[in-house]
Design a protein around this ligand. Sequence first.
Ligand code: PGA
Length: 251
Amino acid sequence: MLRKSIIAGNWKMNGHLADSKEKVTELVNLLKNLDPKADLVICPPYTLISELYRILNDKNINLGGQDSHFATKGAHTGDISPAMLKDLGCKYVILGHSERRVNHQESNEIINKKVKAAIGNGLIVILCIGESLEEKNFNKTLDVITKQIEESLPKTLDSQNLVIAYEPIWAIGTGLVPNLEDIKIVHAHIRQVLTKVISKEQADKIRILYGGSLKADNSKEILELEDVDGGLIGGASLIPADFVAIIKNSK
Ligand code: PGA
């Protein structure tokens, strides 16, 4: 099955207007003579989206939010709705990132509602899943991931609207990555669970990204793996040259 890869940058809570505009301009220049094989996405903080959209609008680099609420509007201080992201020009939204699950106590049940709302508003969801170090050490990785998929995904789904990002929590921002065999096993398992939860036909088309300390120097071997359809990149996406090096390594 041929799936087009996605290389997505998660800027997290980094960047002000001036330096971020410079950053994406540099990125656009570095990509000028490249014909990336992957779909490209940047998920900056909300405050930067509309300004960056002006620069990226016609450049084949899509924008995404880092979270969105399940409600359409209302009394939710500090939150943002999927329709608001769409309004700013976003095509994607990251949901269920471990930093949201841990720091904001987001349960699979809440994430399920968010996924439904985001898809309902025409966004492509990048759903993050992954185990903690403790869960890994107790050999619970596949169980945790199965439960996250089963509970976070709505019953009816179209593969076009969903991307899964496997991000072991212990690999995020630490410089540690699982060995290649483990990544292969987990990604194959994710596709198997998606087959059960949705359908084989849809599951075959869903892109499954790897995330967690994905860097220029380890991206080639990871992105080449079967069932790895791209990457979700934190730290290295803040350095345009590094991000481009990863893009070059995508299949
Ligand atoms: P990292 O972050 O690449 O800095 O490890 C990845 C992520 O949290 O999405």
